[in-house]
Design a protein around this ligand. Sequence first.
Ligand code: PEP
Length: 249
Amino acid sequence: MARKFFVGGNWKCNGTSEEVKKIISILNDGKVASADVVDVVVSPPYVFLPLVKSSLRPEFHVAAQNCWVKKGGAYTGEISAEMLVNLDIPWVIVGHSERRLLLSESNEFVGDKVAYALSKGLKVIACVGETLEQRESGATMDVVAAQTKAIAERISDWTNVVVAYEPVWAIGTGKVATPAQAQEVHLELRKWLQTNVSAEVAASTRIIYGGSVSGANCKELAAQPDVDGFLVGGASLKPEFVDIINAAT
Ligand code: PEP
């Protein structure tokens, strides 16, 4: 089953409105493959979502970087899935390792968030990935499977889910996984989906790689059969993001 290439840009907690306008103009002027070939989703901080949504080329979409785990209410500082839907924001990133590690988001909490966001009609980029210590102790697949299981136990429809495999040791470090390392985990993850969810979900769900992806390394990674795209942090704020969008073409 053909899986459309997917490139997400996670701007994290960066930018001023002037900087955001500059990034938008780079993206809007970039020569990119058609929307039939690649899905592009950029994820600015919440406060810039309306600006980005209104000025970005129409074939690119926007994502929030997080949302609350249930219906809004007395949760100071949080943003609900309903609010994102109300603003016509189609995507949300859930379970980024920075939130798992810095804000102690557990597998179960992330799974609950994925389920709630999907139930409100959002599409979800669900992040999984191991730390360096976990990799070195041989626990990579156990960790990634446990993170994915907590999602799988809470959802029945994977149509609107993209899984982002993001080894923590590769995020923001400049130490990108080798194409073979990425392919190995993506393949294992797909096998896990086949065994624990269904062959159809395993074949159709996009598994994208994140962790120090750049214009220089994206083509080799994109050539791996189970790498269906990227979630890009640092390089999504730079002109090379356009090259990454075109990595599979
Ligand atoms: C990320 O934060 O999702 C990420 C992959 O960051 P970077 O590309 O900077 O490693």
